[in-house]
Write a protein that binds this ligand. Structure first.
Ligand code: GAL
Length: 450
């Protein structure tokens, strides 16, 4: 064993040379809980300007969205001028869309108490055909830092074939990670390589989060050839037009290495963009929350219905996402439903541990008809030992309000099972479970198990 590797062991997960690390939680201290904010892309695409972004920031202030944890205002693709600065090679913003420049824009966002993020691609061009950052990492990172950027979403288009093994992808993304950290400014590094080469395995020491799949589309379910993979574990063409529930399927097995500062990004939210029903958006917001995805709004926040606002400000659901244990929920089972006539679907049961020995339990029904099911604590707490399975649990339904108007209606204390749950088509139920009696159970794997 070399001296370096012995030292590394002694330091645990800490990289050896402070000056040689990239932009990840160990160096920038960011995204200890999943990042929350808003991004231009899902609603506005390339049709953005200073006004689009400042107006969204103003809406954050008007609706007090920071109170719920939303803090980043993110400018996605198409902010760039046709070319870099001829003399210096530095990136330049489109002068028509951003007549006052990016520094002025970020100053405005900061003055509103928010943080500002930018987009580029680890390729020669971005996906929108603008100049990319491949082999321009240092000058771009330094320019972003000089502009007061707090967050970089870093895409994967036109990557010159520099992908195909985890190491090749790692090196390409690590170049920007190192460049960001070298600026000395804490910049949240949000990789967007669509799950290529398995970033959940290689990116934990270079980024704060990574996209796991092709682009989300504002539709509830269904297969689309433009999002051809059935699993992300060995996907060769991540694509786009991925329905919301397909991304949940993609995410189900990927939670193992995610945790504080290193998150699976299920892509930006579509809540409020109009392609799904209220119940479907409740599913979307709930599942993104319990799988610990970043919660990045993708709607027009200057023009929201009450339903949209209600969903994105459900603070009991957001608290699951921001829970300090940082543990993505696990799918316990998925069962096809017995539907007749109008299509098929599944019921699935999800459980996640929270701080203070509390749990989240979610039941998702993707079938087009309502279902009735009883959930035993044996199956729910299969990993938690017999004391959890036999204890009494008080369940709070986090999509119902109590008499004070707060999310989280106490639906009673139960032992043995949650009996006769009725769940409508395309609905998701989310409960917080708090132990009511018996010894305090500890998760398996903790030092003391009672
Ligand atoms: C895609 C990315 C989208 C959006 C778009 C911009 O590759 O996944 O989220 O950023 O590029 O062109």
């Amino acid at each position: 064993m070399t001296r370096n590797s012995m030292l590394r062991l002694a330091l645990g997960a800490l990289p050896l040379l402070a000056g040689m690390e990239g932009a990840y939680a160990g160096s920038n201290g960011l995204a200890i809980t999943p990042q929350m904010g808003w991004n231009t892309w899902n609603h506005f695409g390339c049709d953005i300007s200073e006004d689009t972004i400042v107006s969204a920031a103003q809406a954050f202030v008007n609706y007090n969205l920071t109170q719920y944890g939303y803090e980043y205002i993110l400018m996605d693709d198409c902010w760039q001028a046709p070319a870099r600065d001829n003399a210096t090679g530095a990136p330049v913003a489109d002068p028509d869309k951003f007549p006052n420049g990016v520094k002025d824009l970020s100053d405005k966002i900061h003055a509103m108490g928010l943080k500002f993020g930018i987009y580029s691609s680890a390729g020669t061009y971005t996906c929108g055909g603008k100049f990319g950052s491949l082999d321009y990492e240092e000058i771009d990172a330094q320019t972003y830092a000089d502009w007061g950027v707090d967050y970089l979403k870093y895409d994967n288009c036109y990557n010159q074939g520099r992908a195909g093994t985890p190491l090749i992808s790692y090196e390409r993304y690590n170049n920007m990670s190192m460049a960001l950290n070298a600026t000395g400014r804490p910049i949240l590094y949000s990789m967007c390589n669509w799950g290529e080469d398995g970033p959940w395995n290689f990116a934990v020491t270079i980024a704060n989060s990574w996209r796991i799949s092709g682009d989300i589309f504002d539709v509830y379910d269904g297969y689309d050839d433009r999002c051809p993979c059935t699993s992300m574990l060995d996907c060769k063409l991540a694509g786009f037009h991925c329905s919301m529930t397909r991304i949940i399927d993609f995410a189900a097995p990927l939670g193992q290495k995610a945790g504080p500062g290193k998150w699976n990004d299920l892509d930006m939210l579509e809540v409020g963009n109009g392609g799904m029903s209220y119940d479907e958006y409740v599913t979307h917001f709930s599942m993104w929350s319990i799988l610990k995805s970043p919660l990045i709004l993708g709607n027009d926040v200057t023009d929201m219905t009450n339903d949209t606002l209600e969903i994105i400000t459900n603070d009991a659901i957001i608290a699951l996402n921001q829970d300090s244990s940082g543990s993505p929920a696990v799918r316990i089972w998925k069962k096809a439903t017995n539907d007749t006539g109008s299509g098929t679907g599944d019921l699935s049961l999800w459980v996640g541990s929270l701080a203070n020995s509390e749990y989240v339990i979610a039941l998702m029904n993707t079938s087009p008809s309502s279902q009735e099911v009883s959930l035993s604590f044996k199956e729910i707490f299969g990993d938690q030992g017999s004391s959890a399975q036999t204890a009494s649990w008080t369940l709070y339904d986090l999509w119902q309000k109590d008499s004070t108007g707060a999310w989280g209606l106490n639906t009673g204390t139960m032992q043995g099972s949650i009996p006769n749950v009725n769940i409508g088509a395309h609905q998701t139920k989310v409960w917080k479970a708090v132990q009511a009696s018996g010894s305090t159970t500890k998760r398996r794997g903790s030092v003391v198990e009672l």
